[in-house]
Ligand binder design. Structure first.
Ligand code: ATP
Ligand code: MG
Length: 430
């Protein structure tokens, strides 16, 4: 027998036992962003390749070697989006969404990067992104960081570290870059091949090198914050004061440069040591120059994206469970006639109680009880020949030590409504 076809390497199915965790994360995010006034935007998965080259930067890992780029049938170069910010800003500019107004947006969806697959690093992965446009001051930087902090709290995730840095303005970075390159050239013999190449193309990224042999050299390098002008210093100081006042702890990390070129001033990451090398669960920053770079008017922007797989992995590592998803019952239908009556009865219940989880079963008595047990249902609604004749239904408690009861079919909707309301009063531990 040949092996059945497999999913593409680095791209994963989310199996039914996992989807409740995804749904819970999505529900928490939805509620939270709504509370802070962010509106959802749904964006295409495919964009023109130019968009990413112009925004993320030609000399970044993503653009150099990670994009899924292809020519379509018209020979236009298209790319599966590797991240969401570029497409979001493209849409904002295209539709004038930030024209003389502030715009708070969020999105979610799959992103694609041709990286080496490993734990927490996939070729298709899911991001949830939150972006704000039209606000140049540090208050929105603080708002986004506080929103992300609150999300961890709502998800029951403790122990993440907030790393914070400022990258200044492009002009400040040019001055710094000269000093950094001068320093690195003095020690060029110690640089690895990748860093030697970056010395020409993107020297700031050398600061982000994961090569332990470079750690000492990088630690002694000039620091960008020493090259900031007064405005950038003040922006950063005000952000820190806001976070201090709100009681959010952070670590200033002058080596935090981020893998995309478009950032200006504030950058941040939420990291964990529970996931090994893939320790960043959420990352973001300000990108005030990007709208111009894409040919639009000057619109300040800031945002972050979290990697849903990594957030869920942290929850799993912390032993978080999903909430119970409500009362669940099975209709056991014993015999062909019972299958007709059972179907009608189930449809009546679906009409009367839309929130009830109810499924009909067929098969031998033994098989139906086995199915009911596996399904996790707490009630079995049994329709056998006796019940059919008497117009009744027998209710058996599958998870409780309680005697079964027989009621008339007319009473069933009320009975189930009552059971549902008791279930809703149960304490639901996460
Ligand atoms: P990393 O340093 O881990 O490569 P990054 O800086 O490339 O991350 P961003 O582009 O900032 O990541 O994306 C935001 C978030 O998306 C990351 O913090 C991470 O949680 C998630 N993410 C990025 N790349 C992947 C991937 N290949 N697989 C799974 N999640 C990812
Ligand atoms: Mg990366």
């Amino acid at each position: 027998m040949t092996k059945p076809l497999q999913a593409v390497r680095g791209m994963h199915d989310v199996l039914p036992e996992q989807t409740p965790y995804w749904q819970q994360l999505e529900a928490e995010v939805r509620q939270l962003v709504r509370a802070y006034g962010y509106a959802e935007i749904r964006l295409p998965i495919v964009e023109s390749t130019t968009l990413f080259k112009r925004s993320i930067g030609a000399a970044t890992d993503i653009v150099e070697k990670e994009m899924y780029t292809f020519a379509d049938r018209n020979e236009d170069s298209l790319t599966l989006r590797p991240e969401g910010t570029a497409g979001c800003l493209r849409a904002v500019l295209q539709h004038g969404l930030a024209h003389n107004q502030v715009q708070r947006l969020w999105y979610q969806g799959p992103m694609f990067r041709h990286e080496r697959p490993q734990q927490g690093r996939y070729r298709q992965f899911q991001q949830i992104g939150v972006e704000a446009y039209g606000l140049p001051g540090p208050a929105i930087d603080a708002e986004l960081i506080l929103l992300s902090a609150r999300l961890w709290e709502r998800l029951g995730i403790q122990g993440l570290t907030l790393q914070l840095n400022t990258l200044g303005t492009p002009a400040e970075r040019v001055r710094y870059r000269e000093q950094l390159v001068a320093y690195l050239i003095q020690h060029v013999g110690q640089l690895d091949a990748d860093s030697q190449r970056r010395l020409q193309t993107n020297p700031l990224r050398i600061l982000d090198s994961k090569n332990p042999a470079l750690a000492k050299l990088i630690a002694a390098a000039p620091v960008l914050t020493d090259y900031l002008a007064a405005d950038s210093q003040a922006h950063f100081a005000q952000l820190r004061a806001m976070l201090d006042a709100a009681g959010v702890a952070y670590v200033i990390n002058p080596r935090l440069v981020r893998g995309l070129d478009y950032y200006t001033r504030t950058v941040f990451e939420w990291t964990t040591d529970l996931l090994g090398a893939q320790g960043t669960v959420c990352a973001g920053g300000r990108y005030d120059g990007l709208a111009r770079q894409l040919g639009g008017r000057d619109i300040p922007g800031i945002g972050f994206a979290l990697g849903a797989e990594r957030v869920l992995a942290v929850q799993a590592a912390l032993g978080k469970k999903t909430r119970s998803s409500g009362l669940h019952a099975c209709v056991l239908m014993l015999g062909t006639e019972a299958e007709i009556a059972g179907l009608v009865l189930s449809e009546q219940l679906h009409t009367a109680l839309p929130q009830l989880r109810l499924q009909t079963l067929v098969g031998s008595v033994k098989s139906q009880f086995r199915q009911a047990d596996r399904s996790g249902a707490s009630l079995a609604l049994i329709l056998g020949s006796d019940e059919l004749v008497a117009g009744t239904v027998t209710i058996k408690y599958l998870r409780q030590d309680r005697a079964q009861v027989t009621i008339t079919q007319d009473q069933l909707a009320d009975f189930m409504r009552d059971a549902l309301s008791h279930d809703a009063n149960d304490t639901r531990a996460i």
